[in-house]
Every structure is written in C-alpha cells, then in structure tokens.
Design a protein around this ligand. Structure first.
Ligand code: NDP
Length: 282
C-alpha cells in the first residue's frame, strides 16, 4: 500500500513557517520585499505572478509589481533590474519567464544580483549549489527535497535516478540529491534503455515534460516516485509525467498531480525571500 506525498499540506506548513519568521523580522522593524517583474501579456504568466503575489500577502512579504508592455526592449528591462539591484529596500527580484521574443532570457537572469536571485537561476548560485556553498537553490528542486524529508524518507545512500536534465529542474535536482548523499544517475533523451536505469531507482524523480510517460515497467517495487510534470489534457484534467494509476501500487511513496510538487514551488520562493535576508546580512 503506497502513501501519497501531500504537497498541498507540506507547502502550507512551509508557508506558515515563513509567515512566523517574517512576523519576527517585522517585530524587529525589518520588512521583507520581493520585486516581481512581468513583461508582456502571456496569460499563464499573469496567473503565476498573481499566485506569487497572493503567497507574499499571506506570509507578510511586501511585493512590488513591475508590469511592462510586450514591446519592452532588453535595455529597458536591464535598466529596471539594475535599479532594483541597487535598491536597499528590495530583498529579492523575480523576473517571470518566458520573456517576449527579442529579449535574451539568459542575459536578463545573469543581470540579477546573485544576492537577490530568489529563483536561484543565476550561474553564481548554480555554481554554489554544485560546490556545496550557501546560496539560492531553484524553487522546484528545493521543494522536492522538502517533500522527501518531511515524509521521513531517507535519502542517504539511496539510488536516485533523475529523469530530465533541464537547468531549472533536472540538473539542480541531481546536485541536491548528491548533497544529500544519494548515489545519483541523471537520464535524458539520449539515455539508452531508460527502463533498465529507472527500474533500479529507490527514489525516482521525473521531469521530462511528457504526459504519463513513466509506466509501471519503469518503476522498482517499493520505489519513491516524485512527479514534476504538469500537463493539462483536453477536458482540463491535470496529469504528470508519471502514469499515476499504472504506477502507484508499485511504489512506497508517490506525489500526486495536482497537489504534489506543484504547490511547493511558490512555498520555496517564499522561503528563498527569507534566505535573501540572511544572505544580505540584514
Ligand atoms: P525541459 O523540457 O526543459 O526538459 C526535459 C528533459 O527531459 C530534458 O533534459 C530532456 O532530455 C528529457 N527528456 C525528454 N524526453 C525524454 C525521454 N524520452 N527520455 C528521457 N529523457 C527525456 O523540461 P523542464 O525540466 O522545464 O520541466 C519538466 C516538466 O516539469 C514539465 O512537465 C514542466 O511543466 C514541469 N515543471 C513543473 C514545475 C512545478 O512547479 N511543478 C516547475 C518546472 C517544470 P534532453 O536534455 O536530452 O533534451
């Protein structure tokens, strides 16, 4: 019998923990501020930004909103980021992706001060993660570590297979599992005989971006399965990269979609705003 890893409940606990810490800082006269930058008219981005602002409100973080038109030039955006980097009253900067075509995302993300990079995408923070120094860790992989630890699952010495090697999920995920002393294998589209590799995993983390790709033949008996994927099927049903119904009975623990990894990302963003305060030594 498997156990569901309840990302909704765990993320709510984390947000409440952050809320308590923010209240303590407020009592010391310290306000925590996140600058949220949205460029263009992408409706999904507007929803994500709205959810992030709501979470800020809940935990007591002041959010400053910068909404720029689709026609914004790279130089204009860089000017705003430089200004936010220099503002003492701004702790964290978040630029919602994707950016309109014509703006180089990498250039923009690299321009954010590594000390305000609450998304953890800056090369300095990625490097710190790899060499085990304190910095910002990208929110989704950091959230997955919380899901595993708060479900009392041991990571140390376990065989962990991460499927996917994107810069925002797969690679930082692998680095974090290594930091937790797992034996880590990273798979990708060129991996030969994927099933053979994944079916050796004690902990299988899937971030492929293909609906219901992982079926029971990919999964070892008793494995912990973490599904990062989110896809909306016709008829509006949300599914992950894992075929939950085919896989669940083989697992010891599994994340559902929705209500697994998804809610953790914003909770960890809130936590990263606290990290910003400690990294900046204020
Ligand atoms: P990307 O598309 O950037 O990366 C997908 C990765 O999967 C690539 O490394 C690719 O390999 C690998 N891959 C693709 N097909 C196969 C295959 N057949 N076998 C093995 N590996 C394969 O995706 P992301 O990492 O950005 O996202 C993955 C999923 O997670 C998506 O569904 C996304 O929506 C979701 N997501 C959810 C978040 C949340 O908050 N819950 C946050 C971020 C993402 P290669 O490198 O060789 O091309």
């Amino acid at each position: 019998m498997y156990q569901l890893i309840d990302g909704k409940a765990i993320s709510a606990t984390i947000k409440d923990e952050v809320k308590n810490e923010i209240a303590k800082l407020k009592n010391l006269g310290r306000e925590v501020t996140l600058a949220v930058v949205l460029v263009g008219n992408d409706p999904a981005s507007a929803v994500y930004v709205g959810n992030k602002k709501k979470a800020c409100e809940y935990v007591g973080i002041r959010s400053l909103s910068f909404e720029m038109p689709e026609t914004t030039s790279e130089d204009e955006l860089i000017k705003l980021i430089d200004e936010l980097n220099g503002r003492d009253d701004v702790d964290g900067i978040l630029v919602q992706l994707p950016l309109p075509s014509g703006i180089n995302e990498e250039k923009i993300l690299d321009r954010i001060s590594p000390l305000k990079d609450v998304d953890g995408f800056h090369p300095v923070n990625v490097g710190k993660l790899v060499i085990g120094k304190e910095g910002f860790v990208s929110c989704t992989p950091a959230g997955i570590i919380e899901l595993i630890k708060r479900s009392n699952i041991d990571i140390c010495g376990k065989n962990c297979v991460v499927v996917g090697r994107s810069n925002i999920v797969g690679k930082p995920m692998a680095a974090l599992m290594l930091r937790e002393n797992a034996t880590v294998t990273v798979c990708h589209s060129k991996t030969v005989n994927l099933k053979e590799v994944t079916s050796k995993a004690d902990i299988l983390i899937v971030a492929i971006g293909k609906p219901k790709f992982i079926t029971e033949e990919f999964v070892k008996d008793g494995a912990v399965v973490i599904d990062v994927g989110i896809h909306r099927l016709e008829g509006k049903k949300l599914v992950g990269d894992v075929d939950f119904d085919s896989v669940c009975e083989k697992t010891s623990f599994i994340t559902p979609v929705p209500g697994g990894v998804g809610p953790m990302t914003i909770a960890m963003l809130m936590k990263n705003c606290l990290t910003a305060v400690s990294l900046n030594g204020k």
